[in-house]
Design a binder for this molecule. Sequence first.
Ligand code: 1CP
Length: 348
Amino acid sequence: MNRNEKILLSALRGRRTMRPPFWYMRQAGRYLPEYRELRARADGFLDFCLTPDLAVEATLQPIRRFAPDAAILFSDILVLPWALGQEVRFEEGTGPLLEAVTDTAGLAGLDGSDVEGRLAPVAETVSRLAAELPEAVALIGFAGAPWTVATYMVEGGGSRDFAAVKGWAYRDPDGFQALIDLLVQATVIYLRMQVAAGAEAIQIFDTWAGVLPEADFRRWVVAPTAAIVAALKAESPRVPVIGFPRGAGMLYEAYVRETGIDAVGLDTAVPPSWAAAALQPLVPVQGNLDPVRVVTGSDGMFAAAGRIVDALAGGAHVFNLGHGLIPTTPPENVTALSGFLRGLKKSP
Ligand code: 1CP
């Protein structure tokens, strides 16, 4: 055992740690006043993600405040469609808006030949962070999973029913496969670039994994993720890959067994006791406090966090939320939760 290994990486490699390391999905963002101030200085959200000075600062803000065990690169999953040539905008209040690609003809407008060039600013952000972060803090890089990124590309933004993206996948699976293949290829390039720049772990966000029936889940969630993991592992076998198949429910176990991921993120609905029995013997688990618990805070927050820590104490566990922090979160609740987590010690 490497005594200088960062606690996050120890846990992601399956080791028992003296306390669960912790970080928070969306630990940077609108709930922080210093983020809102920084955001006001950028021309738009994409510009924010692609300006290393701003992205480095946004990544470091929650590290200074809460001293979590990991920093996550400040960027967005939708920089990848932009790098493929799709028009992507972030509208104040409405979220992302994309020029929808809904069929094979639309695919002709995408170009995967310069992902590295267009996303070079992200690599610069990662390498600056690798140099600037406190010694004990691990740096996590990320990308969206092909299925989740495809939902935004095909729907033209967020969706309630996913009728356009499912419609294409059901009507013309071979055509849709070409989009997924392009995304797998581009995602591998993008994540390899982040690892080369200094990312020490990778998270693959599959926010909309839970909307697919089983057969389609295997084809559009499991298979593309497995291909990405295999390609990353071929080059960097020591860099842990965390998969987050949000909403996968009864398919969580198949996802873990069939993708080759090193650790799995649990959404808020996954019972920790079930995860301890079914998933933790296979891989370290990460999660899964309800982000709304951090809005309401007080005793209920500590009790809910304590229940998760206790249920997952028998194996490797990275404490996190079941989804990202929301804009109404009082930062002082995050401070209090972080103090609680740092004070934990595992009984021998
Ligand atoms: O104007 C703003 O400030 C925009 C808010 C915002 C922020 C802070 C967006 C727009 N993206 C981000 C940053 C972001 N996005 C990070 C940064 C690092 C951190 O966590 O601190 C990460 C990891 C993401 C990933 C992301 N973007 C996901 C996957 C994780 C998840 O939350 O489910 C998804 C689905 C997106 C798309 C996206 N980007 C932004 C919004 C509002 C959305 C969601 C739209 C929707 O609800 O469908």
